[in-house]
Design a protein around this ligand. Structure first.
Ligand code: FEO
Length: 374
């Protein structure tokens, strides 16, 4: 993939990872991109880098626009390695480039890359501080815990462009670089999957960030994953606001389960019919084939979440345990649901699901247990 002109003097110079399928435990069936952006001005700026494995892709794309050695400023919005992995090579090629990052960004970069960061010209910035590079002036907005302590967004008012890092991202690898090239539905579907698996625990922090960026005059939003937004910015911000408030579809139900010999599956299907009779739209997700992160994407806007497990050796099934652990960390709020499951003699599986859902604050209907196929 070549460099792509985004607007004015801004170029996408990132990398496309068509092959990644497991992103620190999150299934990414469509791959992802690691977006870096080059801004031409009196001083040349690079916003973020890419995963280390894709360093040469980024350097090749930068070289189509300008000699990478001419980069004067590197803005590091986030230290996670998918955005900072190429920093050591960038430091080797452009050793005099000034680094602008948040206070926690400096801690993270120094911890990850002690040798490369030694002697670097580092400028620690906070919300409201600015950087002039010529005709342009960048403005920094810290966004701690969206989704790491160091996370930062950078605004370029002269180009009405926001570099928002992981916020508003989507895991999708494609040749298309703009939202209107993949369509609104595809954009929001991938953004929802990303939000459910990455951003969901941080609703309060997202609401704070939206309060800070919504008043800005923005024509282009450049996230660090997926496509650039220019046509559906309002749709994305509206959806983020709803997700951040843990708003749910009152008619959507998700039934997540595993099964041994089919009895808990039968319970799941009976429950689906019952919920449909109650006017809801149930989705069934069997963890024997579906990944826990796929189930989580279904949970995002569901008001009712039922989880079922047979009893195996006085425990719940391992994949159900994995899902419950994963969902507990992602902390969906304001949900109703129930636990269910089949057993032969002791019946701990459904009880353990009930305890886990209760610990998450779910408003629970009575747990349902079945002995064998009774
Ligand atoms: Fe895309 Fe938090 O890294």
């Amino acid at each position: 993939m070549s460099a792509v002109k985004i607007n004015d003097n801004i170029y996408w110079v990132g990398a496309i990872d068509y092959d990644v399928r497991n992103f620190h435990g999150y299934l990414t069936p469509y791959g992802t991109t690691y977006n870096a952006y080059l801004i031409l001005d009196d001083r040349v700026t690079l916003v973020d880098t890419v995963k280390a494995t894709h360093t040469q892709d980024m350097l090749r794309n930068i070289s189509e626009v300008i000699d990478p050695a001419r980069i004067d400023v590197h803005i590091s919005n986030h230290v996670e390695p998918d955005h900072s992995g190429a920093l050591p090579e960038l430091r080797r090629i452009a050793p005099n480039a000034a680094i602008y990052t948040s206070p926690n960004g400096l801690k993270g970069l120094t911890a990850y890359y002690p040798s490369a960061m030694a002697g670097a010209d580092v400028h620690v910035v906070k919300t409201g501080e600015t950087l002039r590079t010529g005709q342009y002036e960048f403005s920094f907005v810290l966004m701690p815990m969206v989704h790491w302590p160091d996370s930062m967004t950078t605004y370029l008012p002269g180009a009405k462009t926001l570099f928002c890092n992981d916020a508003l991202g989507q895991h999708i690898a494609s040749l298309e670089r703009f939202d209107d090239e993949i369509g609104r539905d595809r954009l929001l579907e991938r953004a929802g999957d990303y939000y459910a698996n990455i951003v969901l625990p941080f609703g309060m922090q997202v609401q704070k960030l939206l309060g800070e960026i919504t008043p800005l005059s923005v024509d282009t939003v450049c996230p660090s994953h997926g496509v650039v937004l220019r046509s559906y910015i309002g749709d994305m911000l509206d959806r983020y606001a709803a997700w951040a408030r843990n708003e749910t579809d009152q008619l959507k139900a998700v039934i997540v389960y595993d099964t041994m010999w089919g009895a808990t599956r039968d319970m799941a299907e009976s429950l689906a019919l019952e919920l449909r009779g109650r006017g809801m739209r149930p989705e069934l997700v069997c963890l024997k084939t579906a990944h826990i992160s796929t189930a989580m994407a279904s949970v995002l806007d569901a008001s009712f979440i039922a989880v079922g497990s047979p009893t195996l050796n006085r425990n719940l099934m391992p994949q159900v345990a994995a899902f419950l652990t994963y969902m507990r960390g992602l902390a969906p709020k304001n949900r109703k649901g129930l636990a269910f499951g089949s057993h032969g003699w002791s019946g701990e599986g459904a009880s353990q699901v009930e305890t886990a859902l209760g610990d998450m604050g779910f408003e629970l209907e009575p747990t349902r247990k079945t002995v064998w196929r009774a």
